[in-house]
Structure formats: C-alpha cells, structure tokens
Design a protein around this ligand. Structure first.
Ligand code: GLY
Ligand code: MN
Ligand code: MN
Length: 439
C-alpha cells in the first residue's frame, strides 16, 4: 500500500490554490532526546508528511505559487556516507529532486541564503510556530528582515499566519487512499483488541495484555502504538490516560483497553471494556448498557449534513438520563446538561478527528456559534464513557455516590467514517454487545 506521487502533487496544488500571493513554510519534525545521546524514534510532522511523503528530519518545504520559477522548494540533508553509516540512509539533494516532485532542492545548510528569494515578494508568510524554538527564531528573523524591505521597496510580507488555516481543512476530508490506510490501521487495531480479549483472565498482569496488543501491531506491519497503550483494570479504569499497566487482574474487575496502532502514520483508536472474570456484576452491567446505548445513539448522528456537536450532545443526553434513572444525578435534566453537572461522571468529549494524528487536525467549529458540518470523508472516534472513581465528588446539590457504584470505569470507542449515505464503523470487527463481553 502506498500513496502515489500524483496524490501528493494534488495535495500541494490544493494547498497552493489557497496561498494566493503568500509563501508557506513547513518544517519536518524536530528530533527528541530520550536520554543522553539516545534519541526517540523519529516521527515525522504530519503536515509536512501530508504534503511531501518525505520521512526525514532536518528538512523544510516552501510553497511559493507566486514565484516565477519555483513553486515547491525543498531543503534537505545532503548525502553524507559517514553519517549514514551511523543513522541510516539519507535521500540527498539529487534524489529528492527526482523523487519528491520539487521544482528546486537545496541542502538544508543553505536555508538562510536561499529562503529570502521566496519570501520577499510574498504578501504573507504562512508558518505555524512549532516545538523547535530555534527554527521559529530563524523564520521570525527572516520575517523581520523582510519587513525592513517593505519600508524601502513597498513589497514584502507584513503578515504572519498559521498554516493551520489553509492546510487543516484539506486534511479533514480523507482521500480514498487515506481511507484505505486508516482502514488497515483500524483492522490491525481490531485484531489486537480481539487478541487481548481472548488472552485476558484473572491472574494476568496488565503489561502482559499490553504485550499481546503491541506484538500484534508490529507483527502486522504497523509502526507501533499510535499512543501509549492503556490497559486499565479495576479502579484504574477510572483514570482516562492510565499507562502504568502494572496491576494484576482480579476476578470481578472490569478491564478497559484503549489501544490503536499507527500504520504508515495513519492511526486506529479503539476502546473496549469487559469483565475480567467473564461476568459483569449487576452494577457493571447497568453502566455498561448505558454507555453502549449512548455510543450507539451517538453513532447514528454521524452522517453528512449533521453539525459536529450532535453526536456528543446525543451521548451526553443518554448518559444523563441513565444516571438520573439510577438516582446518581437528580434535578432538572436541562439544567444538569446546561451546567455540566454530569462532569464528575463524564469529563471528556465524545470524540475527535482521526487521521495522521490520533487527535487529528482540523477545527470543530467555523466560528463561535457554528459547528463544523460533517461531510463524506471525515473520520472521527465515538467514545462515550462513565467513570465512577473511588473518590468521586459530585457537584454541589448532587447526591453522594453509593459505594456499590464506585470503581466502575467504562468507555466504548469506535472509529467512524462519514459516507455519502451515513457512516461506516471501521472498527466493527471488535464485538461490544453485553453477550459478547461475557463468557
Ligand atoms: N486514546 C486516546 C483517545 O481515545 O483519545
Ligand atoms: Mn482511545
Ligand atoms: Mn480517542
């Protein structure tokens, strides 16, 4: 499976049609030190990768549609046999020009010298300030220099704007090839979840289950986990991003597994919660059915034309109604929702965009009032939950939570593609009915 050069070209053309008389600059991800002189595994910046398919560090992409000769320019690390012996193959300037479709490619150490020609006639610089402060400073220095030029010559960029506004609306709608990648990432993630379910039983440790999951990821060609794998048993299930994964599973526990892999930098993100000993307790089952109902009703609201918030609002209403029936929330339902009095039980949103980033780019609102309208090609997670921590503190005026409900944490998460006619649950291969969760 691969993304063809023509698709990268199309993406760049779409971007350039939005740049006008500006120049856009994208930087590869910075490398990060793990300890001493050992680095973390390199993970390319998603914006940079989306536009170039180039997976090296120390690279810069420049888009200058107004420039007479070069609209797409790359700066890359030059070939360096000695360095390559230590840290691997580098594409180099010549091959980058041949293979990546750039009009011009320079060695990265010529950036200061070559960059100004692509900025001096631009009205605007598009650049998103990133984690690499030194590179931010480089761009700001060039901008400052060119503003002096504006005073003298009447031309040059007076505005600096984030690239998010022009690029992220594109990333929000996935192409057929991107959908295939995410399909593959979700299929591997689903297989890992099913393997974890089959393997889990009282006496195992959370990390053993994590190992089963991550074994499947790598075995099936994924890069690895898309985010730190969450294997949370018993009261740990009430911690949203629990990653210690070192507790021994007990009969009577719930086990919440939130795991997904990254395949070709596209991600899966699945959560299932089930009873370790094979049978839900009465209270666990009631809460599970409530979360499942909320999730299924929310998924029905994922369809083209619906505003983004509808599936979240739907999930919240179902959860609140259920918690009121159980006497865990009391009062007026509209007030509970409006004033978010349910938050001690449900403190996160019901989903997020999914793509090259797990929490993918792209806005959820057009402006203060209007939510994004779903369209075919959007991919998002639907992941309601209820978390009744052992020390849960209801908001003022709400009842104390009886002991028998405490320690129950449940989330159910699927990845959903918006289609022309509605949606497709990409992670449907992982069962979630009450019957399937018991054994
Ligand atoms: N695993 C991170 C999330 O569900 O958003
Ligand atoms: Mn998740
Ligand atoms: Mn998620």
């Amino acid at each position: 499976m691969q993304i063809e050069p023509a698709e990268y070209r199309q993406r760049r053309e779409k971007l350039m049609s939005k740049i006008g008389n500006g120049t856009a600059i994208f930087r590869s991800a910075p490398t990060a030190v793990m300890h001493n002189d050992v680095e973390y595994i390199f993970r390319q910046d998603s914006d940079f990768y989306y536009l170039t398919g180039f997976n090296e560090a120390e690279a810069v992409a420049v888009f200058a549609p107004h420039h007479e000769e070069h609209n797409f320019v790359l700066f890359v690390q030059p070939k360096n046999p000695e360095k390559e012996t230590w840290t691997g193959y580098l594409l180099g300037v010549e091959a980058a020009k041949e293979q990546l479709g750039a009009d011009e490619v320079y060695p990265i150490d010529e950036l200061d010298e070559k960059l100004p020609q692509y900025l001096q006639k631009a009205e605007k610089i598009y650049y998103h300030l990133g984690r690499d402060r030194q590179f931010n400073a480089t761009i700001l220095r060039h901008w400052q220099m060119l503003m002096r030029g504006y005073q003298k010559h009447g031309i040059g960029p007076m505005v600096l704007e984030s690239t998010n506004t022009i690029l992220h609306p594109l990333r929000q709608v996935k192409s057929p090839t991107e959908i295939e990648f995410i399909r593959h990432a979700t299929a591997i993630s689903a297989e890992a979840q099913n393997r974890a379910f089959a393997f889990s039983q009282p006496g195992r440790y959370e990390y053993e289950i994590q190992a089963e999951i991550e074994h499947t990821f790598r075995l099936k060609g994924a890069i690895g986990p898309a985010y730190p794998t969450i294997v949370a048993s018993g009261v740990n299930s009430c911690i949203l991003h629990y990653i210690e994964n070192n507790r021994q599973l007990q009969d009577g526990d719930l086990l919440l597994i939130d795991a997904g892999c990254s395949y070709g930098y596209y991600n899966g993100d699945i959560t299932r919660t089930f009873p370790v000993g094979g049978k839900f307790t009465t209270e666990q089952k009631i809460i599970y059915e409530l979360v499942l109902d909320a999730q299924q009703q929310a998924i029905e609201q994922v369809k083209p034309g619906n505003p983004y918030n509808l599936f979240h609002d739907t999930a919240v209403r179902v959860l609140v109604e259920g918690l009121m029936e159980l006497g865990l929330l009391v009062g007026d339902i509209e007030e509970i929702i409006e004033e978010e009095k349910y938050k001690p039980f449900y403190m996160h949103r019901t989903g997020h965009w999914l793509g090259l980033d797990v929490h993918d780019s792209g806005g959820y609102k057009y402006n203060e009032e209007d939510w994004y309208i779903l369209q075919p090609g959007n991919i998002l997670t639907v992941e309601p939950g209820i978390y009744i921590g052992p020390n849960i503190k209801p908001v003022e005026g709400q009842p104390e939570v009886p002991e028998r409900w405490r320690g129950i944490g449940i989330r159910i998460e699927d990845d959903v593609l918006v289609t022309n006619s509605g949606n497709e649950v990409l992670t449907a291969a992982v069962p979630k009915s009450v019957a399937a969760m018991e054994r």
